[in-house]
Ligand binder design. Structure first.
Ligand SMILES: *Cc1c(COP(=O)(O)O)cnc(C)c1O
Length: 453
């Protein structure tokens, strides 16, 4: 299995996404009798390894997905044999998780003493952060629920729907998420203040401001310092959705400054499985006010009581900072990646991804009929293959090009709607991408686009 796994990594460029044949899907049905380890190695090599989601390929830029690292293979083996449950107690994985949280906290510029926890991803991190924010303004909410209070939250238009989902789950309701208009891709702070005042006058309880560090559509950033000032003045909890974009903190200029001010947030949600390339799944929530974080989640029945010594020792216990009691060992793969490659390699790869997005933009602009939706800010490039056609025809063509290139294995773009047109979108969070991949992919788009008369 190890040899087949290494082959997979070495030949990753020759193994793009492919459709799963019906026979393979049918073969996944669970058999009544065990087949033994040797047969499983054989079956996994033939029935599992070829049918991945494509995101490990050098020309995959769809949605925002990470590529995985060779270090995951090393960490995965060790992680499997120690089978750590990191909900609490006194063992190595928990010390390692604290080290990972502390490293991240420092990179983000959050104050010492901030707390954090590794989670499945930004979606879960968002729920945890919002609950801490709510408990801060309604200390009794864990006992009695929210009752008839109307809490309101604020985010710029284009915020990822993880914010909306979290508010729905918490019983706050998405109508109480005010979408503030953007000016030049950033939240209009005057409009924000106006909306907050209006809600207060109407008897609502504004509690949460959500900033964007890396929007899904165009990779844009709110003015996070401006948001931090507004949050302080209005007594709102500032949460930053930095799922991928928070990581420009470790990139070169000019990209680093995009996330300036992020360390002033009350909470940050971010992912290691996107722009830190670490294998799925792994996200983190960081919370500046540790007591608020603990107050929102700590609750231990007597069978889980901590002890001064022995296995039941160790403090803090991560089950007091999130939703899960039993938890896997996510820290190990992050720690292994950082220790194996060094943090500079990550900063360089992130900067390089931004350069690749700019190169893609230049390739687009060099072709007379292609057009960018907007200039590239970070790692996201959105464009139409044929600006000379009607909006309707462009949408059909761009969608067809995306599908054709996915099916041929040449490149993976996703699509998004900009200026009323379905456009091709590349979000480059791929450390395997090289210049040639970008130039070849745009040439392939141009060739398909030219066939449309
Ligand atoms: C991916 C993403 C999310 C959701 O994160 P998951 O890790 O998929 O749960 C939230 N916000 C932004 C900006 C994202 O890109």
């Amino acid at each position: 299995m190890l040899e087949a796994s290494i082959d997979q990594l070495q030949q990753v460029a020759e193994r793009p996404w492919q459709e799963v044949p019906e026979a393979v899907k049918d073969g996944y049905v669970i058999q009544a009798t065990g087949q033994g380890a040797a047969e499983m190695v054989n079956r996994i090599t033939n029935e599992v390894l070829p049918y991945h989601g494509g995101n490990i390929h050098p020309r995959f830029w769809g949605w925002v997905q990470g590529t995985g690292l060779a270090s995951d293979l090393i960490a995965g083996m060790a992680g499997a044999v120690i089978n750590a449950n990191t909900g609490g107690r006194d063992h190595g994985a928990n010390y390692m998780e604290r080290a990972v949280i502390d490293w991240t906290r420092e990179k983000m510029g959050m104050p010492e003493g901030s707390s954090g926890v590794l989670v499945a991803g930004t979606s879960q991190a968002t729920v945890i952060a919002f609950q801490a924010a709510r408990v801060r303004v309604m200390p009794e909410v864990r006992k009695f629920g929210q009752g008839s209070a109307q809490l309101t939250a604020y985010a710029g238009e284009g915020i990822h729907n993880a914010t909306r989902k979290a508010l729905e789950l918490m019983g706050i309701g998405f109508e109480n998420l005010r979408l503030v208009p953007l000016v030049d891709g950033q939240m209009d702070l005057a409009a924000l203040r106006q909306q907050v005042a209006q809600d207060r006058a109407a008897g609502a309880k504004p509690f949460l401001l959500v900033g964007m560090a890396g929007s899904v559509d165009l990779g844009t950033y709110d003015d996070l310092n401006g948001l931090a000032d507004a949050a302080a003045e209005e007594d709102l909890w500032l949460h930053v959705d930095g799922a991928f974009g928070a990581w420009t903190r470790i990139a070169d200029e000019p990209w680093r400054s995009l996330s300036d001010g992020i360390g002033r947030a009350g909470s940050i949600a971010l992912d290691f499985h996107k722009w830190m390339y670490v294998g799925y799944d792994c996200g983190m929530v960081l919370i500046a006010d540790e007591p608020a974080h603990r107050a929102a989640f700590a609750a231990r029945p007597s069978y889980l009581e901590a002890a001064e010594r022995g296995l039941a020792g160790g403090d803090p216990w991560f089950c007091d900072y999130g939703i899960d009691l039993s938890r896997g060992n996510r820290a190990l793969k992050v720690w292994t990646a950082l220790e194996m490659y060094g943090e500079e390699a990550f900063g360089a790869a992130i900067s390089d991804n931004c350069r690749m997005a700019s190169l893609m933009a230049a390739e687009v602009e060099a072709r007379p009929n292609m057009r960018l939706a907007a200039s590239v800010v970070s790692n996201v490039c959105v464009f139409t293959a044929r600006a000379d056609l009607s909006a309707e025809a462009q949408s059909v063509l761009n969608s067809e090009i995306a599908q054709a290139l996915q099916e041929s294995g040449e490149a993976v773009f996703s699509t998004t709607r900009a200026q009323g047109v379905v456009m091709l979108r590349a979000a480059i969070t791929n450390h395997r991408t090289r210049e040639q991949d970008i130039t070849d992919a745009i040439a392939a788009v141009a060739e398909l686009a030219a066939r449309q008369v």
